[in-house]
Ligand binder design. Structure first.
Ligand code: NCD
Ligand code: ZN
Ligand code: ZN
Length: 427
């Protein structure tokens, strides 16, 4: 064994004072007493599985002024995330084998967390899915326009699902119906206009469409960032091959609340009413939501600090997601069981990585947390290049230490490894 880590370890749904034995980056033993030469004793601090974020936009290549694989991944691990899955709407878009190859190289060179990639599927490359499959961990499809999105025509859904089902990998949908969005288009001056332009019915129509198409298909379907009661209702009790995600911003923010400079909260789908927000949070709490995903979509302050209608959509979130929800657990609004399910176990299952669980055979990815160490979120202390957060001043609990494959990547809130520590999780 290479090392052992001691603390109050979250194993099989309960905390036990125990030691985790690690060899070659994997958990090989969990025992009351283990003492390797390299032994870290965290006393009665909590040891939880690190999070897996299945939805980030690290902007690399092409928009390095917003983020890059190094800054994005430092933000991720500082917030307790050991593995991220990057979306294809970069420049150039990751919709060909060559671009995916380039992105794998970029991640291997710069990332400090493990990473996977999605291939963008458009009307033009459906027939190339077999080839793309060699280089990606899943597929991303935009059924409605969003920031730099790669639009897909819903009439091709059937063909898409047929092809994807042969790969065994998930296909993730941005589910807002393009025709519906066009119908509601108007000049937008604030968040409530943005909500009128992208009403819940557009999400509803799109999800309905995907669900009816996935019936009878073996394709592994994931609906990203569900934001409305209507969407939620459709997905409750969904079939086994369908999963869905909710974001921190949709489940914690609502449009009626005074949200500061409005364009900073412009995001797709839009932040909706308190009714939607509460339904989403309750759904996380009640076990209906499969996955909490950040949809980390950084844009710079300069890009956001403009008239509402020209501001790009998207908010950062990879660093604050786990800490915000840990705080809510501390306050008794959510259980550890739900938290680790939506942030660790279920996301790892969706993308098929051996992470997200403290058990023998899994990667030794865990975080050390002291619930008494409550901190206010401050942009100045965050690591994304964008330099701001929609959760400024919110209370949170950040991990003091993060292990990835048995290596201490964060110690006392500071990064310990250099660029390139992170690995492509393979295909
Ligand atoms: C995302 C972005 O900026 O890349 N924006 C957003 O509002 N969520 C694109 C997306 O995932 O829709
Ligand atoms: Zn999206
Ligand atoms: Zn996104």
């Amino acid at each position: 064994m290479d090392l052992s880590v001691e603390g109050k370890v979250y194993v099989n749904g309960v905390f036990e004072q125990a030691c985790i034995g690690v060899e070659n980056g994997k958990i090989v033993e969990i025992k009351k007493i283990l003492k390797e030469d390299e032994h870290f004793d965290f006393g009665n601090k909590l040891i939880l599985p690190a999070g897996v974020d299945v939805h980030v936009h690290f902007r690399d290549p092409g928009m390095l002024h917003k983020e890059d694989f190094y800054t994005g991944s430092v933000a991720a691990v500082s917030g307790g995330i050991s593995c991220v899955f990057d979306m294809p709407n970069t420049i150039p878009p990751a919709n060909s084998v060559e671009c995916l190859d380039d992105k794998i190289k970029i991640g291997n060179r710069k990332s400090v967390v493990d990473f996977g990639l999605y291939a963008g599927v458009t009307n033009d490359n459906i027939d190339k899915i077999e080839g793309l499959n060699e280089k990606c961990n899943g597929f991303k499809v935009y059924l409605g326009s969003s920031t730099l999105s790669l639009l897909f025509d819903k009439k091709n859904l059937h063909r898409l699902l047929d092809k994807v089902s042969l790969t065994g990998k998930p296909v993730l949908f941005h589910a807002e119906d393009e025709e519906c969005l066009i119908e509601h288009k108007m000049v937008e001056k604030n968040l409530s206009d943005h909500l009128s332009c992208r009403p819940a019915v557009c999400e509803e129509v799109s999800i309905k469409n995907v669900l009816s198409m996935s019936q009878g298909s073996n394709a592994k379907v994931h609906i990203c960032h569900v934001s409305s009661c209507e969407g939620l209702e459709l997905l409750k009790g969904h079939l086994g091959n369908v999963s869905f995600g909710v974001t921190p911003h949709h489940s914690l923010l609502n449009v009626e609340k005074k949200l500061g400079f409005q364009s900073f909260y412009k995001v797709n789908p839009p932040i909706r009413t308190s009714f939607d927000k509460e339904a989403l949070f309750n759904a996380i709490n009640n076990g209906f939501v499969d996955i909490l995903e950040s949809d980390h979509a950084p844009h710079t302050m300069e890009e956001k600090n403009v008239d509402f209608d020209v501001a790009p959509s998207g908010v950062p979130g990879v660093e604050t997601m786990y800490p915000l929800f840990l705080y809510l657990v501390k306050k008794g609004f959510l259980s550890f069981q739900r938290l680790t399910s939506v942030l660790c176990t279920r996301p790892a299952e969706l993308v098929g990585v051996s992470k997200g669980c403290i058990d023998k055979g899994f990667d030794a990815d865990f975080i050390v947390v002291d619930l008494k160490e409550e901190r206010r979120i401050r942009s100045d202390n965050l690591h994304s290049k964008c330099g701001w957060t929609p959760f400024e001043d919110w209370p949170a609990v950040f991990p003091s230490c993060v292990f990835i494959r048995g290596e201490k990547v964060i110690d006392d809130y500071e990064i310990q490894v250099s660029k390139g520590f992170g690995r492509f999780v393979g295909v």
